[in-house]
Design a protein around this ligand. Structure first.
Ligand code: FAD
Length: 467
């Protein structure tokens, strides 16, 4: 039976997975309904993730670069920070993009249903909004309900303790801030808050920051921020937080734990994200959700119920926007009857810290674990004319090759703009390029991009001159 609203394709959640799936399905001629609990389209990425964080990181970058220029003969003086205006800038960036999405949905005649959706059967979802329920029925469904921050049970309920969403609200700049978790999200927010004036301490359980990336790449970032932060406590964890009037008292345990409790004005909890799979009554549709909340899919992104597909953070790692959006296209195309698969050779990761860290394909760590015979070409940016001219020579570019075929199988970059540079290595991996292909490609001089060609030349042993 048909509900209040029927869609050939119903998409649950409007993040980069959901809105792209809805748009692609509509472009393929299907009648599409998009269900979203939030006030605007765009999901975590646009509203409280990728985009607002990058707007604030841009502010941080300008502050840091202006300060740095003091050493090169150009002084701007102390920055005057009007936090309300900074916040408005960020909101303007986000607002422009989410409005754009609403327009694109309208143009494609995608019907947006506002409210929180839960499955009521194998072909129906009940959407709740302000006590009113709308029944949406479907022929096909794409679950794109995303993820949320992990909530640590021992953290007291206190407005000085925030997750990434709270940190992005930018209510105030504390004097001291403890960042719980040295992953990408924690370190990006640390970059922002430090530039705006907070004294930062980071605590991480693993033996390096950004544990997924190679140690030699991360070491460069570590050395660079070590001087700017109060403390980086690796192999250490927080065991207790006591909220008192004058501050948050934190007890640590582990290798680099302070002996006594330490007081902070604010804590950012950034210890990971959990998928929203358990919040959807998915079992009523017969869709299996694992104990962590992830939904398993096949290479066509179908769940165990063939007419229900799932994409994005809710199906697993890496929890990244560009993975979600690429999956979304495949999901819509599969529903349209195309024999498409989601089977990428590699998915890039970027930390938009200062300096940036980016990697794609196999890391050295993974190559070792898998027993791959590999070789490395590393180009240190001290030898880069462009890096020298912007006074940022701490970076490096590393390519990882299959030892026998010389094909590139991975790459890691640390340095300014690493995120913009990593795309070429992804393309090289997808196209099966070998070291010679990259080395023979003429890169423009002087650019940071050149460092990729140089890393390949170094591996080939043909690097005769440094730029
Ligand atoms: P989400 O974006 O999580 O969207 C899910 C949507 O579904 C939400 O809008 C939610 O309201 C809605 N929803 C959930 N359940 C229901 C329901 N039952 N009914 C109705 N609606 C529902 N990734 C990058 O690639 N690059 C970055 O720079 C980056 N920076 C980030 C910074 C931060 C601070 C954070 C938190 C994340 C960042 N990410 C980044 C990760 C990125 O945001 C996610 O990978 C991406 O948003 C996942 O997209 P998605 O479509 O799976 O779901």
């Amino acid at each position: 039976s048909k509900g209040d609203i029927h869609g050939q394709v119903v998409v649950l959640g409007s993040g980069p997975g959901g809105y792209n799936a809805a748009f692609r399905a509509a472009d393929l001629g299907m009648n599409v309904v998009l269900i979203e609990a939030g006030d605007t389209l765009g999901g975590v990425c646009l509203n409280v993730g990728c985009i607002p964080s990058k707007a604030l990181l841009h502010c941080a970058k300008v502050i840091d670069e202006a300060a740095e220029m003091g050493h090169h003969g150009i002084s701007f003086g102390e920055p005057k920070i009007d936090l309300d205006k900074v916040r408005k800038y960020k909101e303007g960036v986000v607002g422009g993009l989410t409005k754009g999405l609403a327009g694109m949905a309208k143009m494609r005649k995608v019907q947006v249903v506002s409210g929180y959706g839960k499955f009521t059967g194998s072909n129906s979802i009940a959407v709740e909004k302000d006590g009113k329920t709308t029944t949406v029925t479907f022929d096909h469904c794409i679950i794109a309900a995303g993820s949320r921050p992990v909530a640590l049970p021992f953290l007291p309920d206190d407005k000085r303790i925030v997750d990434s969403t709270g940190a992005l609200e930018l209510k105030e700049i504390p004097k001291t801030m403890l960042v719980l978790g040295g992953g990408i999200i924690g370190l990006e927010m640390a970059t922002v808050y430090r530039a705006l004036g907070a004294k930062i301490s980071v605590v991480e359980m693993a033996d390096q920051l950004i544990p997924a990336a190679d140690a030699d790449i991360v070491k460069v970032l570590h050395k660079f921020v070590e001087k700017k932060y109060e403390a980086i406590m690796l192999e250490t964890k927080v065991t207790k937080v006591e909220a008192k009037k004058d501050g948050l008292y934190v007890t640590f345990e582990g290798k680099n734990a302070p002996k006594t409790e330490v007081k902070y004005d604010m804590i950012l909890s950034a210890v990971g994200r959990v998928p929203n799979g358990k919040l959807l009554d998915a079992e009523k549709a017969g869709v299996k959700v694992d104990e962590r909340g992830f939904i398993n899919v096949d290479k066509q992104l179908r769940t165990n119920v063939p007419h229900i597909l799932a994409i994005g953070d809710i199906i697993g790692q890496p929890m990244l926007a560009h993975k979600a959006s690429k999956e979304s296209h495949v999901a819509a195309e599969v529903i349209a009857g195309k024999k498409h698969y989601f089977d990428p050779m590699c998915i890039p990761s970027v930390a938009y810290t200062d300096p940036e860290i980016a990697w794609v394909g196999l890391t050295e760590k993974e190559a070792k674990q898998k027993g791959v015979e590999y070789g490395v070409g590393t180009f240190p940016w001290v030898a880069s004319g462009r890096a020298a001219s912007v006074a940022r020579t701490e970076g490096m570019t590393k390519l990882i090759f299959d030892k026998n075929s010389h094909r590139v199988i991975g790459g890691g970059i640390v340095g300014v703009n690493a995120g913009e540079l990593i795309g070429e290595i992804g393309l090289a991996i997808e196209m099966g390029c070998d070291a010679e292909d990259i080395a023979l490609t003429i890169h423009p001089h002087p650019t940071l991009n050149e460092s990729i060609g140089c890393a390949a030349e170094i591996f080939e042993g043909v690097c005769t001159e440094m730029p």
